[in-house]
Ligand binder design. Sequence first.
Ligand SMILES: [Zn+2]
Length: 220
Amino acid sequence: MLEDLKDHVCRLNQDLLTHGLVAGTSGNVSARDPETNLLVIKPSGVAFDQLTPDDMSVVDLHGNVVEGPHKPSVDTASHAYVYRHRNDIHGVVHTHSPFATSFALRGEAIPVLTTTHACLFGAEIPITGYAVIGEEEIGQEIMAHVGDGTSVLMRSHGVFTIGTDAARALRSALYTEECAEAAHLALTRGPVEPLAADVVAAARAWYLSDYGQAPVGSGS
Ligand SMILES: [Zn+2]
């Protein structure tokens, strides 16, 4: 079932490795099928370079396994929580990408220092409270902090991004890491003034109206 979506989600999971956002088996991509409301998610503990579409787990909106040879990701309950609470969201991505995670470990939001950050996210990337792994708590923290954005830093853990589809959620994860890396490198050499709120708002408005074909950070 959902063969096309399993193929797509498998490829996006492998893209996490290609882009250097994950190592080993940590991190995951899921997508929601808009017709059945079933989720396709990476199985737990299978290396990204070994993944095939048939390895993907299909689960319902409460995380119950519908199809798949493996146990689904340990983050499945939290992905399902997000999908249950946001009908517009059809993709969730989780990484431990190092620069963004370093902000999460320090309990710091990523400030808006670059035009890329202003355009793509339009606000600082927020930091959540600490959440235990394995149940819905991570999903609750995502929903408590993501607002109308697409990316959060999970305290002491890593990055969770959401999107109207899984490819957009993946691009948010990529740009979260790019913004975190630039911010980190600049901040190591001294204080950096964040962009003023009106400058951020103007950059964001320009991006949403004029840039490219399909804004990644629109959240809609
Ligand atoms: Zn994790």
